[in-house]
Design a protein around this ligand. Structure first.
Ligand code: GDP
Ligand code: K
Ligand code: MG
Length: 293
């Protein structure tokens, strides 16, 4: 039986729906999703296995102009997504004008590998607007094959999936057929907690936060975990904890619910907050948190 396999790397501006698409393909919530830019900070693999194919998807951070070391590292993840792709998925959304970074845009338009341009969120548009946008994008990225989709509602997602399988080269699988991702379990604990922080705290707080799960003990019916929420300043620590610990408690309760779904077991989650000055600009700290390529 012929087997196909390859790397399908999803890139685009912040908030266009890259992580939503990846989760829709994989059928699991591997990537956290919020309405805020810079929700995704890493390159995350989602592996979709069939009898005769393996699609290795990469979700990446939205393309931005880096302002500090953490963001430089995030953009390195995006760069790496160009290097090993068999198919580039360039995602844009209805109403979007262009990519904020010319270098990345030129890489896409000059790409030697197949580019699928996904015009996402068409549930928010009408027929006329849609046709107009498709023709604009066809002119801008003539080497791309365009699909109008709604990652959220699943419209045209199956068609894109099928097209990817068509394009994939003949190859044995790159990962064991029962593997879902390249990230360890603790990574998903960190991300789930960070998603709740993105949802519940304002402005700069989520961007000053990193989460590190220090303990993860799996027993028969329960997993016991202890995670530290790192912030850059004492004032931020106070805000995260909230009045009599109420804000932190809400994060813990919501994260635990999601984690119970994700792992299919009862979860005991202990959270605490620590100040780590300027971790976002400190190369050694960033390495420890997995931001080296
Ligand atoms: P990313 O930053 O590119 O990874 O985007 P996310 O997947 O985190 O999604 C950003 C926001 O757009 C979230 O609020 C999603 O629910 C929303 N979104 C994603 N896909 C669609 C879609 O097809 N239609 C609509 N209306 N919203 C979407
Ligand atoms: K987002
Ligand atoms: Mg994302």
């Amino acid at each position: 039986m012929m087997h196909k396999a390859g790397f399908v790397n999803i890139i685009g501006n912040p908030n266009v729906g890259k992580s939503t698409l990846m989760n829709a393909f994989v059928g699991e919530k591997l990537s956290i999703i919020t309405s805020k830019a810079q929700t995704t900070r890493h390159r995350i693999l989602g592996i979709v296995n069939g009898d005769d194919f393996q699609i290795v998807l990469s979700d990446t951070p939205g393309i931005i102009k880096p302002a500090y070391e953490l963001q430089e590292n995030m953009m390195d993840f995006v760069k790496s997504a160009f290097d090993d792709a068999d198919v580039l998925v360039y995602m844009v959304e209805i109403g979007e004008k262009e990519l904020k970074d010319d270098a990345f845009f030129n890489k896409i338009t000059n790409s030697k590998i197949p580019v699928l341009l996904l015009l996402n969120k068409i549930d928010k548009s009408n027929q006329e607007q849609l046709e107009e946008q498709v023709s604009i994008w066809q002119t801008k990225v003539p080497n791309a094959e365009i699909f109008a989709i709604s990652a959220l509602q699943g419209f045209n997602v199956k068609e894109v999936f099928q097209r990817i399988i068509d394009i994939l080269p003949e190859s044995p699988p790159f990962y064991p057929k029962d593997q879902l991702t390249d990230k360890p379990e603790r990574f998903f604990v960190n991300e789930t907690i960070r998603e709740k922080i993105l949802m519940h705290y304002k402005k700069e707080i989520p961007y000053a936060v990193e989460v590190n799960t220090e303990e993860f003990f799996e027993e028969d019916t329960i997993i016991r975990m202890r995670s530290v929420i790192m912030v850059e300043r004492d004032t931020q620590k106070g805000i995260i904890i909230g009045h009599k610990g109420s804000a932190l408690k809400r994060v813990g309760v919501e994260a635990r619910k999601d984690l119970e779904k994700f792992f299919g077991k009862q979860i005991h989650l202990e959270l605490y907050v620590k100040v780590n000055k300027n971790w976002r600009s400190n190369l050694n700290q960033l390495k420890r948190f997995g931001y080296n390529k």
